[in-house]
Design a protein around this ligand. Structure first.
Ligand SMILES: CCCCCCCC/C=C\CCCCCCCC(=O)N[C@@H](CO)[C@H](O)/C=C/CCCCCCCCCCCCC
Ligand SMILES: O=c1ccn([C@@H]2O[C@H](COP(=O)(O)OP(=O)(O)O[C@H]3OC[C@@H](O)[C@H](O)[C@H]3O)[C@@H](O)[C@H]2O)c(=O)[nH]1
Length: 496
């Protein structure tokens, strides 16, 4: 018998029935008498549940009306009370479950296109637009900045000298450079000494050997520099980052009175070779999209914490309330917990208008992939709900499931839907890359397509690899993370 739209809607309209259907893994195992008496749990009687149900109703009615869905039903079940309305059979239940799932996937898919649009619009408005001087600089003339540069020089980055020198030539009235070098005999000591000699007018000093205050080697390395820091703002800046003359003043300008942390969105300088193209494509597309979208939620005070610590300006007095950076030494992702602590105290988080200019001279595909895997492991442990959200926010996996939903609900051809999805996604990513780069990128469209495809296909493998092997290797140390981020050293030089 053919189920008409009216009957389908009446089934779905019964929340008790739909609840039972959705919570029963094998529908046949649940007697209909149970379904008939099952009521919607109160914790699900929320607006989101009602919203989900309305979406299901709309999707089902329109599908059934469109397709005259052939679903067999019996007029009554032996378990049904005599006056009950006819119940769908197992096949009909499965069919409805399939439709509801497909509807959910399409709603997520459409929602994700919104993420694209929001990321692009916010990126366009936010990035590369210098802000007026109304930030913390304006509050007190120009706020002084203590810059921590943690360095691990072995093997030495061929671009280290060039990158570090950009910190000596910034146009900013009041700052100090605090180079933190992890080990005695590190070749970067010589580089720092040479630069200090060349730029004697810049307030700079260096510290060697760090201080063991926790598990995180970067925190241990920076601790002596932190103790010596004398200005009200603190910039943590990773070794591979270079600065333009106005980068620091741009960051400070975003430190308005309600803001506690200003971070730069990771991006890369123009460098030669395919690994460099790959990095630029990754940081200028998928990473930028999520970073800008979540960064906007941060700016709207929706308390999503998305902050990468490669270039991160903070109010020192707030960190001092925690007991200094040493309080974060138990975590490997100190950046996430810096931001969380500052956000929990009511301060805002902002993305600066210049992205972080990563300019490491050692750019390899293997290093790049293992870095992304390490970050993914950090996120999985710290923010476990990304385990579900993250893979489905990637082009390929979302495309595969959305194409399936398209065939179910829109009667689309699977391959056509998937190709349309992938093509449109890559075009949106090309637009995003041009915005982050602030102009056309320094490679051909063909190189973009190859790098983009490589990165999109590898995303799922990176994610699975991160789940499969949770051990985190960082430079010459290994760690395991407990749920929510506390790190345990496995093969660390630091045993606490
Ligand atoms: C239809 C809406 C879908 C929203 C999907 C959101 C899925 C989140 C997926 C990916 C997160 C991407 C994060 C981007 C950059 C992170 C880089 C990074 O890992 N850095 C680490 C090392 O420096 C650092 O320690 C981690 C920093 C922050 C991690 C942020 C986790 C994201 C939290 C997701 C919250 C979802 C909220 C959804 C709202 C609709
Ligand atoms: O053992 C170490 C490892 C790293 N570091 C320093 O930490 C900074 C970042 O190191 P890497 O470049 O290896 O790592 P990433 O770029 O992946 O860092 C990123 O991920 C981990 C977070 O904690 C960082 O804040 C973030 O920038 C560098 O300046 C490096 O010199 C140490 O001081 N000691």
């Amino acid at each position: 018998m053919t189920v008409n739209a009216h009957r389908l809607a009446s089934w779905v309209g019964r929340s008790d029935w739909l609840w039972a259907l959705l919570t029963t893994s094998t529908p046949s195992s649940t007697p209909h008498s149970t379904l008939a008496t099952h009521s919607t749990p109160s914790h699900l009687a929320t607006p989101s549940w009602a919203w989900f149900r309305s979406v299901a109703v709309v999707v089902l009615i329109s599908t059934a009306a469109q397709s005259n869905l052939p679903v067999s039903t019996t007029s009554t079940s032996p378990y049904s009370p005599p006056d009950a309305t006819p119940r769908p059979t197992v096949m009909a239940e499965l069919e409805i479950l399939r439709l509801v799932l497909a509807g959910g996937v399409l709603v997520f898919w459409v929602g994700f296109w919104l993420v694209h649009v929001i990321g692009i619009v916010y990126g366009y408005r936010r990035l590369h637009h210098r802000r007026g001087v109304e930030g913390a600089g304006a509050e007190s003339g120009a706020a002084g900045v203590s810059i921590l540069k943690p360095l691990v020089g072995n093997p030495m980055d061929p671009n280290l000298m060039t990158n570090l020198e950009t910190f000596f030539t910034m146009q900013y009235p009041k700052y100090e450079l605090l180079f933190c070098i992890q080990e005695e005999g590190d070749p970067s000591i010589m580089v720092v000494q040479q630069l200090m000699k060349k730029h004697p007018h810049v307030d700079a000093s260096f510290f060697v050997g760090g201080k063991e205050v926790g598990v995180n080697p970067k925190i241990n390395n920076m601790q002596p520099g932190y103790m010596a820091a004398k200005h009200e703002l603190l910039l943590v800046s990773d070794s591979g980052v270079m600065m333009k003359e106005d980068t620091l003043s741009d960051m400070v300008a975003h430190m308005t009175p309600d803001v506690g942390i200003v971070h730069q969105m990771p991006f890369c300088c123009d460098r030669k070779g395919w690994p460099a193209i790959l990095e630029k494509v990754y940081f200028g597309t998928g990473h930028a999209r999520m970073y800008l979208f979540l960064g906007l939620l941060d700016a709207l005070r929706l308390r999503v914490n998305c902050c990468t610590g490669m270039s991160c300006l903070m109010r020192k007095k707030v960190l001092d309330e925690a007991g200094g950076i040493s309080a974060f030494g138990i975590y490997l992702a100190e950046d996430y917990f810096f931001a969380k602590f500052i956000q929990d105290r009511g301060w805002g988080i902002r993305i600066a208008s210049q992205p972080a200019w990563q300019n490491s001279g050692t750019c390899r595909v293997k290093t790049f992939l293992s870095r992304l895997t390490r970050w993914c492991k950090l996120r999985v442990a710290m923010v476990p709900h990304t385990i579900l959200l993250e893979p489905f926010s990637e082009c390929m996996l979302l495309g595969l499931v959305a194409s399936w939903a398209g065939t179910v609900l829109l009667r689309a051809d699977y391959l056509t839907f998937f190709l349309f999805h992938t093509l449109t996604w890559s075009l949106a990513d090309w637009v995003m890359l041009n915005i982050v780069q602030n102009g056309p990128p320094p490679f051909t469209k063909f190189e973009f397509v190859i790098s983009w495809l490589f990165r999109e296909v590898s995303a799922l493998f990176i994610f699975l690899h991160a789940l499969w092997n949770p051990v985190i290797s960082w430079r010459d140390s290994s760690f395991k993370l407990r749920w929510f981020g506390v790190a345990e050293p496995i093969n660390s030089r630091v045993i606490v």
